[in-house]
Design a protein around this ligand. Structure first.
Ligand code: PHE
Length: 379
């Protein structure tokens, strides 16, 4: 019996030392110390022994149990240490490796161009202003010298909101709420002229980039598009200032010295006189490239923006004295500027949200446009 036990103990201790992993170790523990294990069986025999016999054999059996339990604990620690060593060895970090490239979005050409505009005009002393896209009739039309019956309103394909008054009191007259308060999606950025003059008075130099809305849709028109408004209010401002400002802006924006402008008389209710500005271009590889006079051989003129001296009535509507203050304003399509500068030909793609288009035409978020580094550098 004693020999058997010694033999079993030897075997068990050898097996423990050789156990390759925690599972194997556990199997050995169960076979020895588990409920049906051989050491447990020995322990149970103690109960049937005489006190003398128990006194003689008990300590040996207890010692066997303790020896096995100790050996298991030692082996377990060794296995854990080895596992930790293995992980430490396999999970080393090489901090000298270049960082893995993380997926990175790109700046939409419209945002890029707006940043470029802000940079160029900041250099000329213009601040950036914004106004609400949900506008009231008064700011969008009336204060810009477009009275309710004004035919120019028809050209704007306006999205109107349902008449609140008519909805609430269908039986009574909807005339009660002035048409001035009728809400709409602004059709141009010009209402920001009014808001800024009212809020800040004069003198002023601002640009106002933002979304505008007209019910129109084809390859060159989308129901939502972007404009940037420019407004200068001061004393003794004249058309020469307007022309110089536009020329300076367009040369900086298109990064060409040979931008040539042609000013044509035009009509906008909010400017007087009004000037449509054309710019000379040539066709290079089927693309319009701005530069040179439109009268040069192989060149043409392209209509680019609307502008003029701010109408006296607009200055009055905005609460300023038109005998003291005057100025110029202009409005230009931001999407159009982006298409011309970066060679996109379908406006609808701007707003499809196709990742591939954005990846192709987008700009690095780390390359902020600056006048010194170039406002149009593709990173
Ligand atoms: N608001 C005009 C438009 O949307 C553009 C414009 C702005 C013209 C300012 C003159 C002065 O067509």
């Amino acid at each position: 019996m004693a020999n058997d036990t010694e033999h079993d103990l030897e075997t068990t201790l050898t097996a423990i030392e050789a156990a390759p992993d925690a599972d194997a170790l556990e199997a050995i523990r169960v076979a020895a110390l588990g409920k049906k294990g051989w050491v447990s069986a020995l322990l149970k025999t103690l109960g049937q022994m005489s006190p003398e016999e128990r006194q003689e054999k008990g300590p040996a059996i207890q010692a066997t149990r303790a020896q096995i339990a100790d050996a298991i604990a030692v082996r377990k620690q060794a296995l854990d240490d080895a596992e930790l060593e293995r992980r430490l060895a396999s999970e080393t970090l090489d901090l000298t490796l270049p960082a893995a490239e993380a997926p990175q979005g790109s700046v939409h050409p419209v945002s890029q161009v707006m940043d470029e505009l802000a940079e160029i005009f900041a250099d000329l002393g213009f601040a950036v202003k914004t106004g609400p896209e949900i506008e009231d009739d008064w700011h969008n039309f009336t204060a810009l010298n477009m009275a309710e019956s004004h035919p120019a309103r028809a050209m704007h394909d306006t999205f109107y909101f349902p008449d609140r008054d008519a909805e609430e009191q269908p039986a009574s007259s909807s005339e009660a709420v002035g048409k001035q308060e009728r809400m709409l999606l602004r059709t141009h950025t010009s209402p920001v002229q009014i808001r800024t003059m009212k809020d800040e008075g004069a003198p002023l130099r601002i640009i106002a980039p933002g979304r505008v809305y007209r019910s129109d849709s084809d390859a060159t028109h989308t129901p939502m598009f972007h404009q940037v408004e420019g407004l200068v209010i001061d004393k003794d401002i004249h058309l020469g200032h307007l022309k110089w400002t536009l020329e300076t802006f367009l040369k900086a924006f298109f990064e060409r010295e040979d931008i040539v402008l042609r000013l044509r008389p035009s009509y906008f209710p909010f400017t007087e006189p009004s000037v449509e500005v054309d710019v000379g271009f040539a066709i290079e590889n089927t693309r319009r490239v701005l530069g040179g006079s439109g009268d040069d051989p192989g060149h043409g003129w392209m209509e680019l923006l609307g502008s003029g001296m701010v109408n006296r009535r607009v200055i009055e509507f905005a609460g300023l004295d038109p005998d003291e203050w005057q100025g110029f304003a202009f409005g230009v399509g931001v999407d159009r500027l982006a298409m011309l500068k970066y060679g996109m030909d379908d406006l609808r793609a701007f707003f499809d949200g196709d990742y591939r288009w954005a990846a192709h035409y987008g700009f690095s978020p780390l390359a902020q446009p600056t006048l010194s580094a170039g406002v149009g550098e593709r990173a």
